[in-house]
Design a protein around this ligand. Structure first.
Ligand code: NFS
Length: 663
């Protein structure tokens, strides 16, 4: 390991001032992180693997395929197109499975809550009624828990459903639904689509790339319009739909004189229970007894996003920062559940006072301790975890917190919030957004979602975002991408004046919103599907999501979940550009993803490594949609006069401290 981190060859990929600062401290120099491991591996990725042409679905191989070379097909005769499409489909199935299992746990927790078996309650009754209507549940004269129980049971049935259609696909624009029906890709049941994708990509089953991708779309749609949407909506009903709030992010949110407990993973049932237990008198007394000033809960990854959005709990780090959070030496316990938890975290804290506490029977780790989270004894489990952490406080040795490295963000932009931010609380509507797109102040909408990783140079998310904002593209962000943009100051309302083109700046400044809206965790990408559907419903921007000037990206994708998300966006009509995709080794399949899908779904995949060029591919895709809608003419810039400003803000519920009070 290099002594001076700025001198190591991988350090040009280190993202963020806080990480650089920390890794150059003596105490962090001996910690081996992913930056060191990527450096010390000393080899680049396998070409076959990264271009999608390594086949290991049977034991005659593994076979490395070279497209167009007769002697380099699989032993079974599989071509590059078949192999690459199968591999791609399996990535989508795995991503969907992760979201589905997460969603199932949330639905089970929701049912337990409706039965009064958890410390939680049905908080958002308005949303409960909206969802009851979607599922055809009678609400009149019924208690909220009774409605919730029926909703929970119907939601749970969607996982094992064998025939028919998932209920929430009818929330999509009619034209979108007609496209799915014509293609035969409407999802029937969540688990069924994952199983069928795995079966069809088993050795010797589906061998035609287009047919494989039809099932992949079906599977991904079962994620976006099924599992992820169920998770988002039921979680909102249980824990509250996010509204705008101020918060802070980055490593500097840790506190030297507090017991620091970080919550890492994905399912907010555990995190919410920890938030409740942190206020318990017994816990507070124990904190005092060990000499700490308080208990500081901070989030990591998507669990972080969940409690950031709903409670304003600070986020210490994203995926790429999880090791740094521990390298500070200031964390008493990192509590993890499922997904995106690096196996290295338990090694980083070896010999230190920090406990890594696994809490889900699905996800155990060598050298971690396990305290099973029992949803029926959520408070008991949460208190047991916190007591373990608090008792570590006195054992803390040297630590370093980059205290200046924290930044203000405004978060909490659910699709309901976007509705009233722009439309006003008393006449919620997407009309002003649509009008501003039509009149050209806003060129279009970009979704920046997904992960971060270590392969490419620093600041990819920021570079893409700056280019989009300059070109008047409003950004909706989720997942670790959202955290990366928050850390770079793009979730402050002031960022509008600093980074946006004149039109977008004017709209953001008028309503007091940042130009990058934090929409939530990765399952909350389903909020984007609803927001896009609402824009279509509002009128003036075509009849389907495929007509909208909108485009998505998960540039630094790491997890299979990001590909599942990309596929459900494409299948829902939104173009998607990643930095890379493991499909380049198969010419015909590659062409189908990049061009053929457009004819079927109205949108397609694309990839581009350079962040600025990637942003321009997105802008081009948005411009093409504007052209097709006939709204791409140059318009005279009209400055908002007072009357127009009043019109846009009447009844506006605003951001606390930014606008005029909260919802
Ligand atoms: Ni999404 Fe969240 Fe982050 Fe990527 Fe992982 S935490 S679910 S997969 S790395 S955004």
């Amino acid at each position: 390991m290099s002594d001076e981190r700025n001198g190591c060859s991988s350090c040009n990929t280190i993202t963020g001032a806080s990480t650089k600062d920390l890794l150059n401290q003596d105490l962090a120099k001996q910690v081996r992180t992913a930056y060191d491991r990527i450096d010390s591996r000393g080899m680049s990725s396998c070409l076959f693997g990264s271009s999608g042409t390594c086949c290991k679905v049977c034991n005659m191989g593994p076979c490395q395929i070279i497209d167009g070379v007769d002697s380099m097909v699989g032993v079974c005769g599989a071509t590059a197109d078949t192999v690459t499409a199968r591999n791609f489909a399996r990535i989508i199935a795995a991503g969907t499975a992760a979201h589905a299992d997460h969603a199932r746990e949330m639905v089970r927790g929701f049912i337990a809550t409706a039965k009064g078996e958890t410390p939680h309650e049905i908080k958002d009754v308005q949303k409960l009624h909206v969802m009851a209507e979607v599922f055809g549940i009678v609400t009149e004269g019924r208690d909220k828990n009774e409605i919730a129980l029926e909703l929970g049971n119907k939601a749970l049935a969607e996982f094992g459903q064998q025939d028919g259609l998932l209920t929430m696909i009818k929330r999509a624009p009619k034209k979108q639904q007609a496209i799915w029906e014509k293609l035969g890709v409407e999802p029937r049941g969540i688990d069924r689509e994952v199983v069928e994708t795995m079966h069809r990509t088993h050795m010797g089953v589906d061998q035609e790339y287009r047919n494989i991708m039809l099932q992949s779309s079906r599977c991904a749609l079962a994620d976006g319009w099924g599992a992820s949407m169920l998770s988002t909506e039921l979680t909102d009903i249980m824990f509250g739909t996010p509204v705008p709030r101020r918060a802070i992010v980055d490593l500097g949110v840790l506190k030297g004189d507090h017991v620091n407990v970080t919550v890492h993973g994905h399912e907010p049932l555990l995190a919410e229970a920890l938030c409740l237990a942190a206020e318990d008198a017994e816990i507070l007394a124990l904190v005092k007894k060990v000499g700490a000033k308080g208990l500081n809960l901070a989030g990591v990854c998507c669990t972080g996003n969940e409690i950031l959005m709903r409670r304003g709990i600070p986020v210490a780090g994203s995926f790429i920062q999880q090791e740094m959070v521990l390298a500070t030496g200031a964390v008493e316990a990192m509590v993890v559940d499922v997904q995106c938890v690096m196996p290295s975290v338990a090694q980083i804290v070896k010999g230190k006072h920090t406990d890594i506490i696994t809490t889900n029977y699905r996800a155990k780790m060598p050298d971690a301790i396990h305290i099973q989270f029992e949803e029926h004894d959520a408070m008991g489990s949460a208190k047991k975890i916190l007591i373990k952490a608090i008792n570590n406080f006195k054992k803390r040795g040297d630590y370093y917190i980059p205290v200046d490295q924290k930044i203000d963000v405004v978060v909490g932009f659910s699709h309901e919030t976007i509705n009233y931010m722009l439309g006003g609380r008393f006449r919620q509507s997407y009309r002003p957004l649509n009008d501003n797109i039509i009149n050209g102040r806003i060129k279009g909408v970009a979704a920046m979602v997904g992960c971060e990783h270590y392969k490419y140079a620093d600041d990819v998310h920021f570079k893409i975002a700056v280019e989009l904002l300059k070109n008047n593209v409003l950004i909706l962000a989720t997942g670790c991408a959202a955290q990366a943009l928050g850390r770079r100051g793009l979730m402050r309302p002031e960022a509008a004046a600093e980074y946006c083109g004149a039109g977008l700046a004017e709209v953001c400044e008028t309503v007091g919103m940042p130009p990058v809206l934090h929409v939530g965790s990765c399952v909350d990408n389903s909020r984007l599907l609803i927001a896009l559907s609402e824009m279509v419903k509002e009128g003036g921007l075509g009849e389907s999501i495929g007509d909208l000037p909108a485009c998505g990206t998960a540039p630094l994708w790491m997890s299979e979940k990001a590909v599942a998300i990309g596929q459900y966006f494409v299948a829902s009509g939104a173009n998607v550009v990643f930095q890379n995709l493991p499909v380049t080794g198969a010419k015909a399949f590659n062409k189908y993803l990049l061009e053929g899908m457009k004819e079927e779904y109205g949108a397609c995949w694309d990839y581009e490594e350079d962040p600025v060029k990637l942003a321009h591919k997105m802008i081009k895709a948005i411009d093409e949609k504007r052209e097709a809608l006939g709204i791409n003419k140059k318009q005279d810039r009209v400055l908002f006069d007072m009357g127009m400003r009043r019109d846009l803000t009447t009844g506006h519920a605003g951001i606390p401290g930014v606008g005029c009070g909260q919802k």
